[in-house]
Design a protein around this ligand. Sequence first.
Ligand code: 2AM
Length: 432
Amino acid sequence: MLLTPSGLLLGKRGITRKIQSTFSTILSSKMSSPATKDQAESQNFPFLMDEQTVATLKESKTLIILRGLPGSGKSYLAKEIQDKYRDSTRIISADKHNIKPVIRTVISKEYDDLDKALIGSFKKRSVNVIVLDDTHHDRERLESVFDTADAHNFTVILVEPKTQWRRDCNVLKDKSHWKLSMEELKGLRGPLEMEVLPFYFGWFLTTASMDTLKKLRHSFLDTLGGLKVFRKRATPFYVRDENHKGKVDLLSYFGQKPNIMHCTTKYCNHGTEPGSKEYSQLDAVKKSYGKVFTLSITALFITPETAGARVELDEQQLLLWPLDAEKEVMPSDNLPKGSRAHITLGCAKDVKDVQTGIDLLKFVQLQGKGEKGEEMGEICGGDLRYFNNGLWMLSLARKIEIKALFSGFYGKSSSTCERRKESSPLLSCTIA
Ligand code: 2AM
């Protein structure tokens, strides 16, 4: 028995219980203290908290664009990112370039130096994570940053700090060294409250995974194009390719390619597509935005229009797959959820990349009817089959695992494949 300071008499078991309850009181008071809770919440981003994401982004090319009012916690977040990613990071801050966060009628020369620093960082081999710390209230400015990132093959993550006061002008007016007036802050808040929806959401392959898939794509198209069995059945390809001269070079035939290989989940067209806003608000989307996933590739395929890789989604990944993704393009069929998941490897001349998913569903429909295709032998680690009308599929003996970042593509709204034709040399194809 023991006499406690509070005058209670406790046996051995009582002591244990008392200690436990004291500990849990201390713990719960710590957990609920506003500073600790806020801090934990403000760091609650997969690119800070998820180990696989951090390890993968250290070796890929990512631009983290911070957006929000002055004083909302962007620079704090930038510092957190730098602490995580160390030597592979560069922070580019509008404050450091003395750019005042105000509404401008034109993007002034004040941005010239910052842009030079940004482009310098894009070009630096050792820099993998760039953090761009600015209010980004101006849509035109933001769009020019998106396009520059795309031109340098950097995947974008657009982030607003999660601090409780991020939109509270009363608190913010004392937090920033710019000492903006209430009117100035409210003026900036208006455009910042308008959500920026991407051209499309999806998984964007990391640099290393893109290299793996580019090699596979190259050997598949090169080998297939050279096969006698293919040349004998190449009429659907000759019909599209007036310069074929008796042989189809599949590598140049599928010459229209996106800059960054990706598996689209939701096409939003910057918010004009039905269901875009609802998709962006899904819990799974909000939690997964900025997180790296491992996707499995099970097959490669070509049709006279497109070349693609079939992606098999697991349960978690299917949470990010829109319910109507298959119905959107094949309304009369009841195809399994996720069966349209793919990565476009290339399109024939004048074909839009959206066609790849439609082409994949043609195979899924045939397989659903029990068609297995004609066996054409083994190439490139898989079993090659022909399904008529120029439909070829290589089912891989072993699934290929690739790493991909779930995020958005925010660049220009024209089709990525079509855009390539009139693009500047910077935007030209990058896949070997
Ligand atoms: P992809 O995923 O097959 O490559 C922009 O066009 C991007 O969104 C492309 O990557 C494209 O195809 C994808 N996409 C998905 N659905 C689309 C749709 N309904 N219209 C246009 N593009 C779509």
